[in-house]
Design a protein around this ligand. Structure first.
Ligand SMILES: [Zn+2]
Ligand SMILES: [Zn+2]
Length: 243
């Protein structure tokens, strides 16, 4: 190794020691506490994670809702959605819905890590599928300015790092749409028509990332844009399913 190499190596080592040291100092000054019950130890304690409602094992591959006794999904058997598979472990219900609301609307960005990590813990050390990239559901820039962050992108970045899958903004929101809370599925679909456009050339297997799946109208609209661009397999990686 020449002199420049030795200098670079010691600089890297110094940075690493500094980073480790400052992380330890931060832990000592501000010990980690459960975001939910304030117990010391972890960002989310095992007891609080255990309280999060989970979907049953027998659920529809498309929409993640429980299937009927004959194994059919009462909704997707009539008309299959434009995506291929939905991976989500949790039900959007108390107390998880309170946590997600605090995270998105209450400036509680410290919830990002425990929420994203809980999904990874539920899925396991291998990703549920191996898409070539993760595509977060985009926010319109006006909404992004208002909120300051895109919750789907935060999840995608965490999951991408955990499973070594790149995050790519292949879909953009070209039109701002009114809030969808309280709208029927048909009204939501009308509201979203033409709201998304493609950016760049997506790979043949992708996963769309979102925090909550409700009627699936956003996912449907984005999946159609991707399908029209030639994407062959579209998964959905979702934090929680509203039932
Ligand atoms: Zn707790
Ligand atoms: Zn279904």
């Amino acid at each position: 190794m020449d002199f420049a190499g030795i200098v670079a190596a010691s600089r890297d080592r110094g940075r690493r020691l500094w980073r480790d040291g400052s992380a330890r100092l931060l832990d000592w000054l501000l010990p980690e506490r459960c975001r939910s019950c304030d117990a010391p130890g972890a960002a989310l304690c095992a007891a609080c994670l255990g309280d999060w409602p989970r979907l049953p094992e027998d659920r529809c591959a498309y929409c993640a809702l429980p299937v009927a006794a004959n194994g059919d999904c009462p909704v997707c058997a009539l008309e299959a959605p434009a995506w291929d598979y939905c991976f989500t472990p949790f039900v959007y219900d108390t107390p998880l819905d309170t946590a997600i609301s605090a995270w998105k609307f209450g400036d509680r960005l410290d919830w990002t890590r425990p929420l994203a990590a809980a999904w990874v813990a539920a899925m396991g050390s291998q990703p549920p599928s191996r898409p070539a990239c993760l595509i977060p559901v985009p926010l319109h820039r006006a909404r992004l300015r208002e909120r300051g962050f895109n919750q789907s992108e935060l999840l995608a970045r965490h999951w991408g790092r955990s499973y070594h899958i790149p995050v790519r903004a292949h879909v953009q929101r070209q039109r701002n749409t009114p809030h969808q809370v309280g709208m029927s599925k048909a009204a939501r679909l009308g509201n979203l028509r033409g709201a998304f456009c493609l950016r760049g050339r997506p790979p043949t297997h992708v996963a769309i990332v979102d925090d909550v799946l409700t009627t699936g109208s956003t996912l449907q609209e984005i999946a159609q844009v991707l399908r029209a661009a030639g994407v062959e397999r579209i998964d959905a990686w979702i934090l929680a399913r509203a039932t």
